[in-house]
Design a protein. Structure first.
Length: 281
């Protein structure tokens, strides 16, 4: 966490240095500022080959619209919208501002790379691996099996589908793009077009730097049918009880007159308990 704090401090310091220059009067009159406005500065460091080739772009943004920028490839300020034209002209006459921005490649981008790169290189977060069968088509027995792999770092990962221990052909496998979650983790899904048959075992295997050895999650079509059989059984029992209960009541009623219905033992007990509790206080 210490390294991140250093970076933040640096950002704040840089920003203050940039915001100091005042808008020239012509820019102020060009557009009346609204009551609420948003002023942003962005600093992009592009590491095109580690620190061998760094491109730095500084942007000033008013009301969500970038109006002036400094691109290290160009080496001076340039206007992005008419609002930025007088500003870029003014800032380009100021040696101190130009030198500050040109020095950012070293003092800001290269400096931060030395903080971030070791952090990013040593960071390891294990993914969660889940298999989700979707869109089961009972007529063709086609199932799309989705292997969701979420929350990993670094981005390098290998995800494979196996059927009965044999790797599935690439023509049946579809991979989503690597998704950046925005919290220093990635996710990815690999889909398999399958025709599962009873007894098949499907497996999604994930190799990642955070795992000492590949992790495998299995899926069996049987477990699905077994589950449906279980629910069929449960439904059967419930239905059976629904019909059995009135039958039993009728039978007992016929046999022993009113007794069973007017004084079921359970209810009497409950009522006793409630009365008892009410009297206590
Ligand atoms: C990246 O930099 C290394 C030197 O650190 C160089 O050998 C390599 O050719 C560069 N790669 C590209 C794609 O420019």
């Amino acid at each position: 966490m210490g390294s991140v704090l250093v970076l933040r401090f640096l950002l704040v310091a840089r920003m203050m240095g940039v915001v100091v220059p005042v808008f020239p009067p012509e820019a102020e009159s060009a557009e009346k500022p609204s009551e609420h406005f948003l002023y942003q500065s962005k600093f992009d460091c592009l590491y095109l080959n580690g620190t061998e080739r760094i491109r730095y772009i500084f942007r000033d943004i008013y009301d969500r619209q970038e109006f002036v920028r400094f691109d290290s490839d160009r080496g001076e300020f340039e206007a992005v919208t008419p609002l930025g034209e007088p500003i870029a002209r003014d800032w380009n006459t100021r040696k101190d501002l130009l030198e500050d921005r040109r020095a950012d490649v070293e003092g800001f981008c290269r400096h931060n790379y030395a903080i971030f790169e070791p952090f990013a290189r040593s960071r390891q977060v294990q993914p969660k691996v889940k298999i989700a069968p979707s869109s089961y088509d009972s007529s063709s027995h086609n199932t799309l099996l989705i292997c969701n792999v979420d929350g990993f770092w670094p981005s390098q990962i290998e995800i494979k589908w196996f059927r009965n221990g044999k790797e599935e052909d690439e023509s049946r496998v579809f991979t989503t793009d690597l998704i950046r979650n925005g919290d220093w983790t990635f996710q990815m899904a690999v889909m398999l077009e399958a025709q599962p048959e009873r007894g098949d075992v499907y497996a999604c295997q994930v190799e990642h730097a955070s795992f000492p050895e590949p992790v495998t999650v299995q899926w069996e079509p049987q477990s699905e049918s077994a589950r449906s059989k279980m629910w069929t059984g449960v439904a059967g029992i419930v239905l059976g009880l629904v019909f059995l209960a009135p039958g039993l009541v009728l039978y007992l009623k016929n046999k022993k007159g009113q007794r069973v219905i007017s004084q079921p033992p359970g209810i009497t007990l409950e009522a006793d308990k409630i009365n008892h509790q009410r009297q206590k206080p």
